[in-house]
Design a protein around this ligand. Structure first.
Ligand SMILES: [Zn+2]
Ligand SMILES: [Zn+2]
Length: 173
């Protein structure tokens, strides 16, 4: 079979043979890099987040934060902010226009009939408490995140649910 653009580094491809020295991307870096790329499609001006649902090293669905399909996005209109007070007294601000990235990844799976039970999710930021509750109920086992977002708000729910929260980086070390 002829494979165009084959990245084989077996040393038979002439000039490119030296590129075989490059370190192969690990799974965490790979999926977090995909999540970062997906976050670039996000439209809420308050933050760009990407999410990738993975099982057995296969991508099942993806999502980024933005308005529901066909509705105006925040970068076309404006964010609409609501404030809520967390039980610990801290005030949280959220944009009501947007669906969070991890919920959009779940919606994409539901729309196409893809089971995400016992899957893992890579998100460029740790989930808010509302998304975590949904991630628990769809059967996500491990949440890999890159940037922490108010982790103190979800620590009790994580402990009670048994869902793992693991910090990984898209950068290779
Ligand atoms: Zn917004
Ligand atoms: Zn959320």
């Amino acid at each position: 079979m002829h494979e165009e653009g084959d990245q084989c580094s077996c040393g038979t491809s002439g000039e490119e043979a030296g590129s075989g020295q490059e370190k192969r991307l690990g799974w965490h870096e790979y999926f977090m890099s995909v999540a970062q790329l997906i976050s670039r499609r996000a439209t809420c001006t308050r933050g760009h987040i990407g999410a990738v649902v993975v099982r057995d090293h296969n991508i099942l669905s993806t999502g980024y934060n933005g308005a529901p399909s066909g509705l105006p996005h925040c970068n076309e209109t404006n964010c609409r902010i609501f404030r809520s007070t967390h039980p610990d007294g801290t005030v949280e601000e959220n944009c009501v226009n947007t669906i969070h990235a991890e919920i959009n990844a779940i919606a994409q799976a539901a729309k196409h009939g893809v089971s995400i039970k016992d899957a893992d999710i890579y998100i460029t930021a740790s989930p808010c408490i509302h998304c975590l509750k949904v991630l628990i109920n769809v059967g996500i086992k491990t949440i890999y995140y890159e940037k922490p977002y108010k982790i103190e708000h979800i620590s009790e729910l994580l402990r009670l649910s048994g869902v793992r929260l693991v910090n990984v980086s898209a950068e290779t070390h």
